[in-house]
Write a protein that binds this ligand. Sequence first.
Ligand code: ZN
Length: 230
Amino acid sequence: MAREKIIIEDINITLERKNIKNMYLRVLPPNGEVKVSAPLFVSDKDIIDFVRLRKEWIMSKQKLILENKIQSPLKYADGEKHMLWAKEYTLKLVSKNDLKEALVDWENKIIYLPVPSRSKRETREKQLYELYRKELKRAIPPVLEKCVKIVGQRPSEVKVRNMKNWGNCRLQDRRVTLNLKLAKKDPECLEYVMIHELCHLIEFNHGKKFKRLMDIYCPNWKEIKKRLNE
Ligand SMILES: [Zn+2]
């Protein structure tokens, strides 16, 4: 069996030639590596054509794999992809001396994270979480007003925290707390969680009555909930 690295149409490929009848192509996690297994008698041109025909499929498969990778343990390393308002951004680590707080280049989809030299993973994560918090605090006021109008209930305040659940509503003082990671999701998810928590000001548990309220105030809540927990 002969193994070689080749590039076809800008795609890095590991090619294996062995005693088989058909050509096979696989895109593998965790990095979207492309492996082609080819029979010994197949020409280079046939292999190139084979890959070329499947280029779009390969790229969509790689994208899926890399998107899943976002959920695996994050390092917050330079070049790593992170979500902000449901769009993918590339992390760029910069010196703390050059930048006071995280900065977003919306056009080029870059998040600049100020970190000390030889920073720890936790430090970098904290910096990104601070950005999420800031983004959420900016996004909340108009969403809150909209949802208060829809549900007819106003919380005493809305807090933003890093927490396990997407949101929480404390009945004693009508305080709503939202997960800062909502800044990773699309804005509709924020609206859905807000409506959900405001509905708790009417109905405490998640029973039939609660679901009926959600159906009225956020008709496509089931679809949004699915997206939120993807
Ligand atoms: Zn709830």
